[in-house]
Each structure stands twice: as C-alpha cells, then as structure tokens.
Design a protein around this ligand. Structure first.
Ligand code: ADP
Ligand code: MG
Length: 359
C-alpha cells in the first residue's frame, strides 16, 4: 500500500459540543457501504441526517414506524446533548464544571454516564480519563486555537486531572475546584445505546445509526444479511476494509481527523495520554472496537488508542466481550480473532497483511 497524504484539516469549520472540536466537513470515521439499498424489496428505509452533539448523524430505519421513530430518536439525542454539553450553560456538565467545588444535583442519566465513565477509567488504568479537560483546553482542542503548551504548564495542569477525585453526594456530583469533566469520549456511544433501546421499544427490527462515525446497528438488514461497515483508511480517507455486523456497534478512535500541526512540524491529535499530558503518539493510527454496546465501544476505542498496540492486546486478552481492529502508523493491521472472518480488505489494499491477535 502506498501511503497517501494525511488529511489537511485546516480550513474545516469547527464548532463545539462538550469539549470537542470536530472537523465537521470530514466524512465519518466509519461510514457505511451497501446500506442504502433495498435488498429485500419489501420495505423502504427512512433516512435522515441531522447535526447534534457537534457532529453529523445519519439514521436509517426500516419498517412501518420508521419515520416516527426517527423523529423520536433525534429528540432523544437532543435531550442527552442538553444534559452533557460543556458549552450549554443549562447542561448538567456545565453546572458541575462551574460549581466551585459544591455538590451539583444532576439528572439520573448524567449520573449513569459519569458512573460508567469512572468505572471504565478504573478498568483501563486511567487511560480513559474523564477529567482530562484542562489539559485538552491548554492544547486548544476546545476552541480550535491550537498551541503547544510548555512542559511546566502541562505538569501544572495535570495536577488538576484525576478521575478518583470525582465524588458522589447522594445524587449529586462533587468536583474539586479547578477540575473539569469531559464525557466526550463516551457520550455518543451511550446516546446510541439509548436510541437503539427506543427503536426496539417501537418494534423496529432493522436500523443503522451513524453517530458521527460511531456505527450502531439494530438487527441485520431486512433481507437478513449483515450490515457492511466501511473502515476508513487513516492515511488516505478511503475505505481500507469492510466489517460485517448485526446488532452491534463499531466505534473508531484515532488522531487523523482532529489534529493540528505545530510550528515544530509535528502533528498533535485530540486524544491525550493522561500519563504525560501530551497527545497520543504511540505508533497507533486508529483503533476500532466492535461489541454489542455503543458505550463500551466508545470508552474502549479511546482508552485502547491511549494504551498502544501491546497494552491493547493485553487488555483484550484479559477482558473479553469485545473485538478490535488496530491500524498502526507503519501500516500494520491487527484484528482480534472474533472479527477475522468478517473483516475483509478492499481490493486496493490486498497486499497488506492482516495480523490476527489470538487469545
Ligand atoms: P471522537 O469523539 O472524536 O469520535 P473519541 O471517542 O475517542 O473520539 O473521544 C475523543 C474525545 O475525548 C476528545 O475530543 C476529548 O474531548 C476527549 N478525550 C481526549 N483524551 C481523552 C482521554 N485520555 N480520556 C477521556 N477523554 C479524552
Ligand atoms: Mg470514544
């Protein structure tokens, strides 16, 4: 495979949701292939694209209740966005981040999301760090005014980063002054799970959600065949391979879409290694996680990207219940054994070797 130029992200419009600055003009990290057709010939899908949580979302729903369900799904997403946005002064997260150390009563769903994020922070040895915000902000990823902070500044800010300092007081969150929450690495996955639940309650048996590159499926296609999800080539933006899924989520993290190039010529991505306060630079280009729940995929894709190839492999061996596809900057592909038979390279990448990670 020839390595093509990385995306030049400059010039893309950036807006804020939570702490995220997404290059919204870029296509999704994972995008869909072959899902728009109507192979069964019996039902027409209803599909809509809308902007929420600072990203584009496309929901494709089959069945009699498709249109109604889509409207409800969009409302549900906006409801959760209203709870978790960092910039919306009415959100739970905004209130917690501006509480000056006082307890803040939050919605049950915020409590649930934060509990899950803290649990995953613990599970991943702090690779997922829900209080990374002050460091992320110093690098300018929250405003788009990117800069390379000096080492002392990072050291100083890291003192304010510690998920074990988040405390509960009944249904209230207590955050130390100076600390700030960022649930951007798990919120979209959790939101996807909520939408899937809503669709299933409406009797929907076949749907595909693209939540800013997080792909989540209800069932299979109406004809019973699997959905085909394209895995993006982190180097060119083309489709590297296709993974077949049914009733699962596929979530990718990487630094190839949201990054800036410093005056030193180095590329700095938006996922921060909490151990150093610097953007991840460990040889991984992207990590995709495949599992039944979106929130687990979302938390793990970020955390495993921070861990790097070796630790990600180790984590997978010790914690079953998910599969993963890792792409390295030197163009290696590593897939866990559970996906090897349902992942295939696109024709122009056939000369790449797919390395299988076994238990
Ligand atoms: P995306 O939201 O771009 O699809 P991720 O799910 O990997 O990708 O989330 C990345 C976002 O999570 C960053 O933009 C930032 O807000 C936040 N973040 C960055 N580093 C970490 C980290 N180590 N732990 C938790 N959140 C992080
Ligand atoms: Mg994530």
């Amino acid at each position: 495979m020839k390595r093509k130029a990385f995306h030049n992200a400059a010039g893309y419009k950036r807006v804020l949701w939570g702490l995220q600055a997404v290059f919204i003009a870029l296509p999704a990290v994972l995008f869909l292939t072959g899902c728009a057709g109507n192979p069964g010939g019996r039902t027409e899908p209803y599909s809509e694209t809308f902007f929420a949580m600072d990203t584009y979302m496309t929901f494709t729903i089959y069945g009699a209740k498709a249109e109604d369900s889509l409207k409800q799904a969009e409302d549900r997403i906006r409801e959760l966005e209203g709870l978790w946005s960092v910039t919306d002064t009415k959100s739970d997260i905004y209130a917690v981040n501006h509480s000056g150390g006082k307890p803040v009563a939050v919605d049950g769903e915020t409590e649930e999301l934060l509990s899950f994020a803290l649990e995953m922070a613990e599970e991943t040895g702090g690779a997922l760090e829900p209080t990374i915000y002050p460091v992320l902000a110093a690098w300018g990823f929250t405003t788009g005014e990117n800069r390379v902070p000096d080492r002392e500044e990072i050291e100083e800010l890291l003192n304010r980063v510690d998920y074990t300092g988040v405390r509960w007081d009944g249904g209230s969150i207590v955050l130390e002054e100076g600390s700030m929450l960022d649930l951007g690495a798990v919120g979209k996955g959790y939101a996807g799970d909520q939408v899937i639940q809503l669709l299933k309650e409406n009797g929907v048996t076949s749907a595909l959600l693209d939540i800013g590159g997080n792909i989540q499926a209800v069932g299979a296609k109406p004809d019973g065949s699997s959905w085909r999800v394209g895995l993006k080539d982190p180097f060119s933006g083309g489709v590297l391979g296709v993974i077949q899924v049914a009733d699962e989520a596929v979530v990718t993290s990487g630094s190839y879409e949201r990054y800036f190039t410093g005056k030193d010529g180095k590329r700095y991505g938006h996922i921060i290694d909490p151990a150093t306060g610097y953007p991840v630079d460990n040889g991984l280009a992207s990590v995709s996680v495949i599992a039944s729940e979106g929130k687990l995929c979302d938390a793990l894709s970020t955390a495993l990207f921070v861990m790097g190839l070796e630790d990600a492999e180790r984590y997978w061996r010790q914690n079953q219940g998910f599969d993963m596809i890792l792409v390295t900057v030197d163009e290696g592909i590593f897939v866990t054994e559970g996906v090897k038979d349902r992942f295939s390279l696109q024709s122009e990448y056939q000369d790449m070797t797919v390395n299988v990670i076994e238990k």
